[in-house]
Design a protein around this ligand. Sequence first.
Ligand code: ZN
Length: 254
Amino acid sequence: MKQRTTDDLEELRRLLEAAHRIVFFTGAGISTESGIPDFRSHGTGLWTKMQPTQFQDFVASEAIRQESWRRRFTGERSIENAKPNKGHEAIAKLIRDGKAIAVITQNVDNLHQDSGIDPSQVIELHGNASYAKCLDCQTRYEMIDLKRQFTDTGRVAPCGECGGVIKNATISFGQAMPEREMRRAQEQTLRCDLFVVVGSSLVVYPAAGFPELAKQLGAKLVIVNREPTPLDSIADLVVHREIGQTLSFAVGIN
Ligand code: ZN
C-alpha cells in the first residue's frame, strides 16, 4: 500500500463522510480475511474439494443428507471459529454511528451479527449457516445440539415437531431466493444515498441487481473488491485493495 497513491482511499473517506444513508452489500471477499474460504475462488476454496449439495438431492435422499451433516461436523470448516475482521468492524461502526442503515450480505457466516450489528439490520440473501431449520414447520435448531446428536448417534434425526427435513438455514444451490429478504434488500436500496459493495464479484444475479438499482436511482456507488467486477464502469469509485485495511482507514479506526 505504501508505494501507491492513496487518492482512492481519501475519496472513499470523503464519500462515506458526505453520505447520510449508506447501504453495504458484502460478499465472500470480506470474510476471506477472517479465514473463510471463498467457494468460487479457484484452488483455495472448498469448491475443489467438495461439490456443494443440491437442494433437491438433500431433500430427496437421506444418504445425501447424512453425508452433508458428516462434512459439516467432521470437516475442518473454518466457519465455526471465524471472527469478524477490521472490515466487519468498520461497517459496524458506521451502523452504530447511524451513518449506515443496513448490510445486505451474500455471506452465511454470521460475522456481521458477530461484529455487533443488530440482526434486524443484516439482510441475508443466502441465509445463515450458523443454525438450522425444519424445512416444513420452520422450527429452529442450534448447530451445537445437532452436532451432539450426530456425534452420539451418527445421524441428524428428522424434526421432532413434525418429522420434516432439518437443513442448515442457508439458501442452497437449486433453492429459491428468499422473498422477504429480497424485498427488504430492495427497500433499503431504494432508501440509500450511497451504496457500497464490499468483496463481491457481482456476478450472481439477482443479488448483483441491487447496486445497479441504487445507481439508477441516483445514489453514489462504490465498489471495494480485490478483483475487477462487471459494474466497475458505472461506479463512482472503485477500490482494488485489501478490504479490512481499506475500510478501517476510510472509517478512521486504524
Ligand atoms: Zn418440523
